[in-house]
Design a binder for this molecule. Structure first.
Ligand code: NAD
Ligand code: UDP
Ligand code: UDP
Length: 342
């Protein structure tokens, strides 16, 4: 019940959120890899409520069954415990390929696995798309721009990535995933879409996700020191997860086959961001400076001209999104302190 958040429940006797009825000709069978993760589970909610059949494939490295548990048993829903590094033979119309750890501590935990997931895993999903003649969307990242020398970043920029640094397993993994997508598009005529996703936050981020939004909120809620890495002058631009989900669905169903940035251009320094969260929570935490991260991108803000051209724009302000996310983590802390199921 708690897991549903603000999803509207169906009729009195239905235990599932309400799904739209779609005629068979409009109903698609859609694979979401990484669908039990933070972004993936919100995308699954959207596709399910739109009336599609959704297959979630996840190895539960950073994802959790409880993120999608409100759909378990629904006739349009299927959950596969599968590692994308292994081939998968199923029949689908569309593939949203999100399987990959996304948080720096998670993707650095086992860099070789991160590389395999992004290379072999992406190859498998492109092979699947080719065989079933389906459409493939890659969840790429602003990290392909590395520590950018161009600001804001538009899709024409080739990036500035250290190929042997600690972030390379992820950055270069996603870069070659893009390369493979366009090789399959050119050589095998697979329909590909590439979303370059900028920092996204919201409910269902893992308590131990390790990215800045969940860290700062959890630290604030527990009156612990807020850990700013380095001086905190580095900037990021944060988008709320529902805006990203809208963008992913729009891009998938558009005719834009070149990469598209999806992000909210509202840019803040990390130090400002710490103060904003501290004030929203209204806590007594101190802001402390700890060791800076190696190769940490210094500035990041999306140029979203191209995404706006397909009729998309972020709708949820950072403050509104933060308030919703703070509420989520408040409940999570309450639940875990009452030692209920994790
Ligand atoms: P997440 O860690 O919550 O979700 C990733 C999901 O992929 C998890 O459910 C995990 O268990 C699954 N997964 C990982 N390796 C797998 C494997 N080998 N086989 C099967 N499943 C596997 O992270 P997220 O924030 O939801 O990110 C989702 C996607 O979006 C990722 O591809 C990420 O690179 C991309 N992205 C996210 C952001 C962001 O700010 N959230 C920004 C840029 C790109
Ligand atoms: N693949 C998959 N599911 C499919 C089709 C292919 O997982 O439905 C994998 C397959 O294991 C292969 C990869 O995708 O390793 C690339 O497929 P492709 O057909 O391009 O290459 P090939 O099999 O000819 O090497
Ligand atoms: N960061 C921080 N304290 C934290 C976690 C992150 O100061 O506890 C900084 C990090 O150094 C980076 C920014 O916040 O400059 C965003 O980090 P995150 O890991 O969320 O995502 P990234 O954009 O680096 O992938």
């Amino acid at each position: 019940e708690k897991r549903l958040g603000n999803l509207e429940k169906g009729s009195e006797d239905s235990k599932y959120p309400k799904v739209k009825f779609l005629m068979e000709k409009d109903r698609k069978r859609i694979l979401v890899t990484g669908g039990a993760g933070f972004v993936g589970s919100h995308l699954v909610d959207r596709l399910m409520m739109d009336g599609h059949e959704v297959v979630v494939m996840d190895n539960f490295f950073t994802g959790r069954k409880r993120n999608v548990e409100h759909w378990l048993g629904h006739e349009n829903f299927e959950l596969l415990n599968h590692d994308v590094v292994e081939p998968l033979y199923i029949e689908v119309d569309q593939i949203y390929h999100l399987a990959s750890p996304a948080s720096p501590p998670h993707y650095m935990y086992n860099p070789i696995k991160t590389i395999k997931t992004n290379t072999i895993g992406t190859l498998n999903m492109l092979g699947l798309a080719k065989r079933v003649n389906g459409r493939f969307l890659l969840a790429s990242t602003s990290e392909v721009y590395g520590d950018p020398e161009v600001h804001p970043q538009n899709e024409e920029y080739w990036g500035h990535v250290n190929p042997i640094g600690p972030r390379a397993c992820y950055d270069e993994g996603k870069r070659v995933a893009e390369t493979m997508s366009y090789a399959y598009a050119k050589q095998e005529h697979v329909q590909v879409r590439v979303a370059r996703i900028f920092n996204t936050f919201g409910p269902r981020m893992h308590m131990s996700d390790g990215r800045v939004v969940s860290n700062f909120i959890l630290q604030s809620l527990q009156d612990q020191p807020i850990t700013v890495f380095g001086a905190g002058k580095q900037t990021r631009s944060f988008q709320y997860v529902s805006d990203l989900v809208n963008g992913l669905v729009m891009l998938m169903n558009s005719n834009i086959s070149t990469p598209v940035n999806l992000g909210n251009p509202e840019e803040h320094s990390i130090l400002e961001f710490a103060t904003i969260i501290k004030n929203l929570v209204g806590c007594k935490s101190d802001i402390v400076h700890v060791k800076e991260q190696e190769d940490d991108p210094q500035r990041r803000r999306p140029d979203i001209t191209k995404a706006m051209g397909m009729g998309w724009q972020p709708k949820v302000s950072m403050i509104e999104g933060l308030n919703r996310t703070i509420e989520y983590f408040r409940q999570e802390l309450f639940q875990s302190s009452h030692n209920q199921k994790m």
